[in-house]
Design a protein around this ligand. Structure first.
Ligand SMILES: Cc1cc2nc3c(=O)[nH]c(=O)nc-3n(C[C@H](O)[C@H](O)[C@H](O)COP(=O)(O)OP(=O)(O)OC[C@H]3O[C@@H](n4cnc5c(N)ncnc54)[C@H](O)[C@@H]3O)c2cc1C
Length: 487
């Protein structure tokens, strides 16, 4: 029965050995969406429809939002609730029932996925290599008495078809590049044979599809989350907004991407699509198709797709090989031991966490970058490497530096808590080439100056303006949380 449609089969990974339930005793196939908050071209929904059609069962789509995930805040809840509303509306358009649950102390439901799974022939969920989704899926599959499958929704080339041991981006580029064409043309948006499921579910659907923005804000206000960090209004959390941002970028800025992408003052020079990618509101296949169809030079297409399909998917690939990808301990030995050998070197200044959070250091470039993140939920790519490198010298030791950088990134950025977060952090902490000489604090890890980034058009003025912008004063813990056991 696990004879999946060939256009979806490579994306599916069984998480346990339990056989698929007999259709006569089951009510549906459960499609448990954790992070891929889109209906269009969502391989998870397509895989569930494929199985449902073969079993003669409808698909029930479920998305639940807990209030206790790490860094839960108005910023993240605002995005997720609206994206979930959009998902529910779009599922209805595809002829699917989608139910949502928003966790709050007074209406808490225990073990909801287990209870929904009790009448399911199988459970399908998204295959994510880091943060809570990976852990939740693995725990669930180990304890649930239903067949559980993880579906690769986040990457164009499913990670499981790539050979093991790709140690560099050139090796990854070559292996992944050869496989891309076949996944670009795979069929998607499968059509369900069965009418939408109309039976009972074991809880009260939050019915987000009918909720106004005011109702969603009210719901969010009653969740026990960090209300001091406000939403990021520049990113409208819907598939239509993501699609319009993609189309606008491809039409107006893709042609100039190779030489505008490094200018931190040029808001329109990059696509700003990473938040949509992180939450799965937009998928890499649609983005690749839009880029391929654009009337721009081959070089512009290559450069953009290399960021999207090589760098981004390489970090996903690496994250799958390492259960502790988000931890300082998973940094390769050479940079880690070099940094540790300089742990007791005197630091020029040690900043309190609250000064780092609010962008109150003596470094204008750093403050501008940090305040962009705090105020908008987004930081320009060209600032991020410089931003990360400075934290190494402003914290007492390299592991605290790592935890601080990951904490700021994960808490403030809409695109944080992602394989690209920890993969890039490894670059900041010296995974790429070593420095040309050993230095205090950094050892053989290359430090970085802001000279080159300041030379670009308009950047000096932009930095001055961003470093002095108003930012929300948010709650800050006494100590930075540890990432030493993070997955
Ligand atoms: C210290 C540091 C932390 C970072 N943290 C994150 C993070 O938490 N989440 C995140 O998605 N990216 C992260 N990046 C990578 C990169 O900065 C962002 O992906 C990019 O700035 C997103 O903006 P954009 O969509 O406008 O990018 P564009 O330049 O328009 O690129 C298009 C897409 O390509 C991908 N991409 C681009 N650059 C990279 C890269 N270096 N690594 C991986 N994918 C890339 C992204 O998915 C991006 O949306 C980090 C980089 C550094 C140096």
């Amino acid at each position: 029965m696990t004879d999946w449609h060939p256009d979806i089969a490579d994306r599916i990974r069984p998480l346990n050995a339990t056989p698929i339930g007999a259709p006569a005793s089951c009510a549906y196939v459960l499609c448990w969406i954790q992070q891929t908050l889109r209906s269009d071209d969502n391989p998870l929904i397509d895989a569930a429809i494929d199985l449902g059609n073969r079993l003669g069962l409808p698909v029930l789509v479920y998305h639940g939002l807990r209030e206790d995930y790490p860094h839960a805040s108005d910023r993240l809840h605002h995005f997720i609730l609206r994206a979930s509303r959009d998902l529910q509306r779009e599922c209805v358009r595809r002829g699917l029932r989608c139910v949502t649950f928003v966790d709050q102390a007074q209406t808490r439901e225990k073990g909801l996925v287990y209870r929904l799974a009790a009448t399911a022939a199988a459970v399908l969920t998204d295959d994510q290599p880091v943060f809570v989704a990976r852990q939740q899926a693995d725990n669930f599959a180990a304890r649930c008495d239903r067949a559980v499958f993880a579906v690769d929704t986040a990457r164009l080339v499913p990670t499981r078809v790539l050979p093991a041991g790709l140690k560099t981006t050139p090796a990854f580029r070559k292996a992944s590049g050869a496989l891309r064409p076949q996944y670009e043309v795979h069929r998607n948006n499968f059509v369900p044979d069965c009418p939408a499921y109309t039976g009972d579910v074991c809880f009260k659907d939050a019915n987000l599809a009918q909720a106004s923005n005011t109702a969603l804000n009210d719901l969010m206000a009653h969740c026990d989350i960090d209300h001091s960090l406000p939403p990021a209004p520049d990113f409208e959390p819907s598939a239509a907004a993501a699609r319009s941002a993609l189309d606008g970028f491809v039409t107006d800025a893709l042609a100039t991407y190779p030489y505008r992408r490094n200018n931190a003052a040029d808001k329109a020079g990059v696509s700003r699509l990473s938040p949509y990618l992180h939450f799965g509101v937009l998928g890499p296949r649609k983005m690749t198709a839009a880029v391929r169809a654009a009337d721009v030079t081959a070089n512009a297409k290559w450069k953009y797709l290399d960021e999207l399909l090589t760098w981004r998917e390489y970090f996903h690939y690496l994250a799958y090989q390492d259960d502790n990808f988000a931890s300082f301990r998973s940094l390769p030995d050479a940079p880690r031991t070099s940094l540790e050998a300089h742990s007791s070197d005197p630091r020029p200044t040690l900043y309190a966490l609250t000064d780092l959070v609010h962008g109150n250091t003596g470094d204008e470039t750093w403050n501008a970058a940090q305040r962009q993140w705090l105020a908008t939920g987004y930081m320009h790519n060209n600032l991020r490497m410089y931003w990360g490198k400075q934290i190494i010298k402003w914290t007492p030791d390299p592991e605290t530096a790592w935890d601080t950088a990951c904490y700021l990134n994960d808490r403030l950025a809409l695109d944080g808590r992602d394989p690209a977060t920890y993969g890039n952090m490894k670059w900041v902490f010296g995974m790429a080439k070593p420095a040309w000489k050993e230095q205090p604090i950094y050892g053989w890890v290359a430090p970085k100056s802001d000279r080159a980034l300041r030379k670009r058009d308009g950047v000096v003025a932009w930095l001055a303006q961003s470093a002095s912008r108003d930012v929300p004063q948010i709650n800050v813990p006494d100590a930075v949380p540890t990432y030493s056991h993070a997955g």
